[in-house]
Write a protein that binds this ligand. Structure first.
Ligand SMILES: Cc1ncc(COP(=O)(O)O)c(C=O)c1O
Length: 439
């Protein structure tokens, strides 16, 4: 079956008629992407773009990676699906391989189709293991679109399905640029993290099932906490009997540089890791990995999904892990990330719109403000910059409650030339906007 050619106007008409109206698009004029090749994608007119948002942080090792695709094509031709009710070698091999890259003690996995499904299962595991049902999550967090995931999410724009799952309380994130207490790190003594104890004492029954958090928040606008933040919260959570769940849907698989998991950057070991996006590099794959003891709490209880662990996704997942090792992509994320941070900080000196540059590895955010003194968010300018960078062949993402953080999260295979391209596109786009403001 050959791909049908449709104009953007035709696609728009069909989408409006047949897709849920909440389906969103990026850019003032939506882009039709028809092909991908490592860190690049191509539109229907053949124009090449650097995918500096990695198809929403999902393309970890590169679009259609040539080391991975032949095995996946072969698997598609041989057997696409049979469910875990039957034996297949790849799920067993892959689960073992995944256990080999996990933090110490985490080795038992269940495969899902998405990040929200992984977070749901993480919550079920925590409830089963602790016998408790209340959770702590973070403000500014995003955990997906199922009801539990939406309830854990800490942003009003992403919570619109009342009533929520009850028993979720939100702790202030380590968002120093917009500290809710208007105090400064490190003399603040991390009041935000210590609030976890107050919240457990005053807003819960005093006993919790767990705490879920992204080690660096994604949709929340690349909120990157002080290094002590997670250590403090994890200690409090464990004191009250809860399990610590790391939502590594965006930060996993080397994205934060040198380490496989974002939470490792903070020197913490979680009890459960939920993952998706980068694990599959473009196929619907997620997973939850935990300790043998926690996994045992599910013994005797049926848990099943139709597509989780299917041979095609397992083959792709195996390929992703192999190329991360082979090409040392986690280290490349660190090197390219450092070069980007240096370049972005230089742009901050030059452009008054940049309020803060933050993040780690290739999980970077640039917060745009209309005025550095008041920190008034600049969401309109953010959208303009995305359009202007698109014209210059660079696709960027956005995030934060106010939609004023540019997100730079390209595939981990980018080169120094790509870094230069991103910085040049941003520099030119910021200049265009600032000149227009002056005129
Ligand atoms: C941190 C985080 N957790 C969970 C999810 C939900 O993943 P999915 O869209 O695969 O359900 C996302 C999606 O963007 C995410 O960024």
């Amino acid at each position: 079956m050959k791909e049908k050619k449709l104009s953007a106007a035709e696609i728009k008409k069909l989408r409006e008629e047949y897709l849920l109206p909440s389906t969103m698009t990026y850019f003032s004029s939506p882009l039709t992407i028809v092909r991908g090749e490592m860190q690049y994608v191509f539109d229907d007119g053949g124009k090449k773009y650097l995918d500096a948002f990695g198809a929403v942080v999902t393309i970890s090792v590169g679009h259609c990676h040539p080391d991975i695709i032949p095995a996946v094509v072969e698997q598609v031709k041989t057997l696409q699906h049979m469910t875990t009710l039957y034996f297949h070698p790849t799920i067993a091999i892959y689960a073992q391989k995944l256990a080999g890259v996990m933090p110490k003690g985490l080795k038992v996995s269940f495969f899902t189709n998405s990040g929200c499904e992984a977070n749901e299962l993480a919550a079920i595991l925590a409830k089963n293991h602790t016998g408790q049902s209340e959770f702590l999550a973070l403000r500014h967090s995003f955990h997906g679109r199922t009801l539990m995931a939406m309830s854990l999410t800490g942003q009003s724009a992403w919570r619109h399905s009342l009533p929520y799952v009850f028993g979720v309380s939100h702790v202030p994130a380590g968002y120093c640029y917009r500290c809710p207490y208007r105090i400064t790190y490190p003399s603040c003594d991390l009041v935000c993290a210590r609030q976890a104890e107050e919240i457990i004492k005053y807003s819960t029954s005093g006993k919790i099932a767990g705490f879920i958090a992204e080690p660096i928040q994604g949709f929340g606008g690349v909120v990157c906490p002080p290094k002590e933040y997670f250590g403090i919260v994890y200690e409090i959570v464990r004191k009250y009997g809860g399990l610590c769940i790391a939502d590594e849907v965006q930060t996993g698989f080397g994205r934060t540089g040198d380490r496989m998991w974002g939470i490792e950057q903070w020197g913490c070991v979680p009890d459960i890791i939920a993952m998706a996006k980068g694990i599959g590099n473009g196929v619907p794959l997620g997973a939850v990995t935990t300790t043998r003891a926690i996994a045992e709490s599910m013994r005797g209880k049926v848990h099943f999904n139709t597509y989780g662990g299917n041979p095609v996704s397992m083959t792709q997942g195996l390929g992703v892990l192999e190329v991360i090792e082979k090409y040392n992509y986690a280290h490349n994320a660190k090197v390219m990330g450092n070069a980007l941070i240096k370049g972005l900080k230089a742009l901050q000196e030059k452009h008054r719109l940049i309020g803060e540059v933050r993040g780690m590895g290739l999980m970077l955010g640039v917060e745009l403000v209309r005025d550095r003194a008041t920190k008034e968010p600049a969401p309109k300018e953010t959208l303009k910059i995305m359009d202007l960078c698109k014209e210059r062949g660079v696709l960027l993402g956005k995030g934060a409650m106010a939609g004023n953080v540019i997100r730079i999260k390209p595939p981990l295979c980018i080169t120094g030339a790509d870094v230069d391209h991103i910085l040049k596109a941003l520099d030119e786009s910021l200049t265009v906007i600032e000149n227009a403001d002056k005129a």
